[in-house]
Write a protein that binds this ligand. Sequence first.
Ligand SMILES: Cc1cc2nc3c(=O)[nH]c(=O)nc-3n(C[C@H](O)[C@H](O)[C@H](O)COP(=O)(O)OP(=O)(O)OC[C@H]3O[C@@H](n4cnc5c(N)ncnc54)[C@H](O)[C@@H]3O)c2cc1C
Length: 386
Amino acid sequence: MSWDVRFTPIVLSERCETLRGEVRDFLTQQRKAGIIPEVPTRVGMDYSADFSRSLGERGWLGWRWPKAYGGHEGTALERYVITEELLAAGAPVRAHWVADRQSGPVLLTFGSEAQKQNYLPRVAAGECFFCIGLSEPDSGSDLASLRCRAEKIDGGFRITGTKLWTSNAHRAHYMLALFRTAPATPENRRSGLSQFIVDLSTPGIEVRPVLNLAGEHDFNEVHFDGVEIPDDSLVGTLHMGWRQASAELAYERSGPERWLSTYHLLARLVETLGPDVSEDIRTQIGELLVDLVTLRQMSLSVAGMLEAGQEPTVQAAVVKEIGTRFEQRIPRVAHQLLSARSDYDDQDNTVRDLLEHAILWSPAFTIRGGTTEILRGIIARGLGLR
Ligand SMILES: Cc1cc2nc3c(=O)[nH]c(=O)nc-3n(C[C@H](O)[C@H](O)[C@H](O)COP(=O)(O)OP(=O)(O)OC[C@H]3O[C@@H](n4cnc5c(N)ncnc54)[C@H](O)[C@@H]3O)c2cc1C
């Protein structure tokens, strides 16, 4: 049995804090210009291709990638600081988020030289957006059961099937997708899967909206009706896509977006309740703040491990498992405390709107990017318990 799942404390360098100041100055200007709301009334990330482009111009996308591919050769901790500041400010980062966080790094590790040169500089410039094509109508947690297939044809592949819950497919340029390219073997259900870049403007692709609980069009069903894509769409090695997709999921699980989704609600709650509160309320808010600070340290520690070239799969799963339940607790506590206080000042309804939006979004927190139960399985295996 191995219990060696550590979170080494991280102290941020002066360079990181200087960078934080630069990002904050920029965000203050954006707030003054009305591009970022003074007081957010929604949880999560808004979408603005223009804002993503302005981050690209400042050099804050593709932060860790080689300069040869439009990157900036920065550190994981510096990237952490940039993302943390953007999220804490409620900046509209949705357009580039997936491409910068995971599609780009996957291409950097597994892509061909031509793919790196073609896509990475455009992602780093904030001009090229990706979505994630993993889940299907009958395959989510059990991803190896996916049925969407890519058959080999002359000069390329023909894709048939359906992806589901594909966030942003209606606004992205490309999908980094996992398709079945050969039948699974009885010994290995994960064999015979391959990763592809699919240009979403290719004929035969239909993107249908799926409205979420808040009534918003955020994710989609994407139908492929014999869609033909060229040979050079294959990423990495044919039939070896499982390992690549697993690496992609590790990027998806460790960042501050896994515990900051309802941060604005917590900030507004503290402001709205004011300093004159009972001991009980003080304790409840205090408990949330302690968890916030602890999660931040754990998340920073994961960034430190990435920096050191380690693969913190288990630690990232721990942060997401605890972080997403923390994100769900904030609206529960806010609802309870605000319902009990009819005298609070919310003349413009901002805290009520934010709370409503958080309640409607919060079931998704523990599902997207891997459910709580799946993460607990990863953690248990990492601890040698299964
Ligand atoms: C907001 C949002 C955005 C999303 N965006 C994307 C996207 O962009 N691209 C994409 O590909 N997917 C996306 N997804 C899909 C997401 O990855 C899946 O919903 C998730 O992996 C769960 O799969 P499922 O919905 O098929 O549920 P299932 O896998 O059917 O799970 C149903 C329930 O059973 C539990 N369960 C399943 N297997 C086990 C097990 N072995 N042990 C214990 N419990 C188990 C689960 O934890 C869950 O509670 C998104 C989902 C949400 C909510």
